[in-house]
Design a protein around this ligand. Structure first.
Ligand SMILES: N[C@@H](CCC(=O)N[C@@H](CS)C(=O)NCC(=O)O)C(=O)O
Length: 224
């Protein structure tokens, strides 16, 4: 079968040849955004189709593809499905045998992992808060919102102190991508007002948000 034999499905021939992968996302998901950024940075656009999935819907057809119903989810070119942003980012990073998002050995590596975990902690908490905001008003839990608001406040204070760390100010790495995507949730959740009183974090974020891979994957504003 020839690559030019498209038959209305531009990727069919290539899939048969086992060359293409499919990344399922939603445009607003910060976890999927991390995978999309690594995909772009690794020059994989031509090998990976990015497909919007219908999540949080009763009987969504997506559940037949990925039983968990979450994004990101990667259909690899060998037919295997991968769930979890960190795993998918790592897969993309290692695909060419020349990883650029690994951590250095020794103490610097522990620092890199500590910072990435702290960024992920912010993302996990603010995502729970965001999820509450998607629910009908009478189903929202004020207790959950208050807990996550307070957690985010503490973590933002900690990040204002940490953001000058050399690992957060070098070539793009997973800690930076994770923190950038976590702070970017402000677009989806206007109540997540982390900027006031955090000048260093604001300057850091505005620079990373201006990078082409961040601009291209920016989440849409609610109701757009
Ligand atoms: N730990 C997962 C989290 C993924 C996740 O929670 N994705 C959300 C979107 S931000 C989702 O798919 N939600 C749909 C649902 O819960 O049904 C990862 O890192 O990929």
């Amino acid at each position: 079968m020839l690559l030019s034999d498209r038959n209305g499905d531009p990727f069919r021939s290539a899939r048969v040849w086992g060359m293409f992968m499919e990344l399922y996302i939603t445009p607003g998901s910060p976890y999927a955004r991390m995978a999309r950024i690594v995909l772009i940075k690794k020059g994989l656009r031509d090998r990976v189709t990015v497909t919007p999935a219908r999540t949080r819907e009763a009987n969504s057809p997506y559940y037949r593809i990925n039983p968990s119903g979450r994004v990101p989810w990667l259909l690899r070119d060998d037919g295997t499905g991968l769930e979890e942003s960190s795993l998918i980012c790592d897969w993309f990073d290692q695909i060419d045998g020349a990883p650029s998002f690994g951590v250095p050995p020794g103490e610097a590596g522990w620092e890199a992992r500590r910072l990435e975990a702290m960024a992920r902690s912010l993302m996990d908490g603010v995502s729970v808060w965001l999820r509450e905001s998607y629910r009908p008003e009478n189903e929202r839990s004020p207790g959950v919102v208050a807990h996550e608001t307070a957690r985010a406040g503490r973590l933002i204070e900690a990040w204002e102190r940490e953001i000058g760390h050399p690992w957060m100010n070098g070539p793009l790495n997973m800690a930076e991508i994770t923190l950038g995507c976590a702070l970017g949730i402000e677009v989806r959740l206007p109540e997540f007002r982390w900027r006031p009183g955090h000048a260093k974090l604001t300057t850091w974020y505005d620079a990373i948000a201006a990078r082409p891979s961040f601009v291209e994957t920016a989440p849409p504003r609610p109701n757009t």
